[in-house]
Design a protein around this ligand. Structure first.
Ligand SMILES: [Zn+2]
Length: 268
């Protein structure tokens, strides 16, 4: 607890109380929750988009013209991304789900770390790295198959075994729309939610940064846990500018403490 300021400790207790009281909480997560798992923020300082310009390496039009650039970048980041493990922040959110205190996790991340941590209802608005598909015949490939292809055919674009067309990831590339189901589901959840817990998102990427605005408009509250300020800090009920891997487990701990206390009191 030594990295926490006194106000942060107070806010952790407040957040725990709000989450316990709320009947409809959803979570929104961004890159910040995964940096502690060794996945650098693509948009951050020294992030992948600084080295590889997104309009060349991550854009759908350039991908269709020449997928080799995307795959050159992917070869560098894939092993780290595929093998990353969930951290205490992901585990804490999965625990909140088990305790039935959150309805869903909406994430901007493609790394599947929420699922690896045990969370079940996860809406991945930017897709994920679990599946890859052929641009020609739509055959589908697992990430292990892709890793094997990248290892075997170093420096080349992974091709379909059946029709030799290039393969693409099931992530949303620049210039592409968000998947409809995830998009409408997350907007609907945001509108109805009593509380939105924002963890590790700087709320800079559209249209996801609008989700908390729907919650506010519907009379809901925001709890923001992020190590950097966001444009909605002033409108949030609680803001804790610290690491999600530190703060989220402490919120869960506090919730458990309150529950035990209430149980003892009700038995007296
Ligand atoms: Zn094919």
């Amino acid at each position: 607890m030594e990295t926490l300021k006194p106000l942060e400790r107070v806010n952790i207790k407040k957040a725990a109380k709000i989450l316990l009281k709320s009947k409809n909480t959803i979570v929104l997560t961004g890159a910040g929750i995964s940096t502690e798992s060794g996945i650098p923020d693509f948009r951050g300082e020294n992030g992948i988009w600084e080295k590889y310009k997104p309009e060349i390496y991550g854009n759908i039009q350039s991908f269709l013209k020449d997928p080799s650039k995307f795959w050159k970048m992917a070869e560098e980041i894939a092993p780290n991304l595929f093998n990353a493990l969930p951290n205490s922040g992901h585990l804490a959110l999965a625990e909140l789900e088990k305790m039935k205190l959150i309805k869903a996790i909406v994430t901007q991340n493609i790394d599947e770390l929420h699922q690896k941590a045990g969370a079940v209802i996860v809406y991945e608005v930017h897709g994920n790295i679990n599946r890859f598909s052929c641009l020609g015949c739509r055959a589908s490939y697992t990430k292990q198959q892709i890793l094997n292809k990248l290892k075997k055919e170093k420096g080349s674009t992974p091709q379909c075994d059946y029709c030799t067309a290039p393969l693409r990831p099931s992530v949303v590339l620049f210039g592409e729309n968000l998947p409809n189901f995830e998009k409408f589901m997350s907007i609907d959840l945001a509108k109805k939610s009593e509380v939105m817990l924002i963890a590790g998102s700087s709320l800079t990427v559209a249209p996801i940064c609008d989700l908390p605005v729907y919650t506010l408009k519907g009379g809901g509250k925001l709890i923001i846990v992020n190590d950097q300020p966001t444009f909605l800090d002033e409108k949030a009920e609680i803001v804790i500018n610290n690491k999600t891997g530190t703060v989220l487990p402490l919120i869960v701990e506090e919730i458990k403490r309150i529950k035990i206390k209430r149980e003892i009191e009700s038995n007296q």
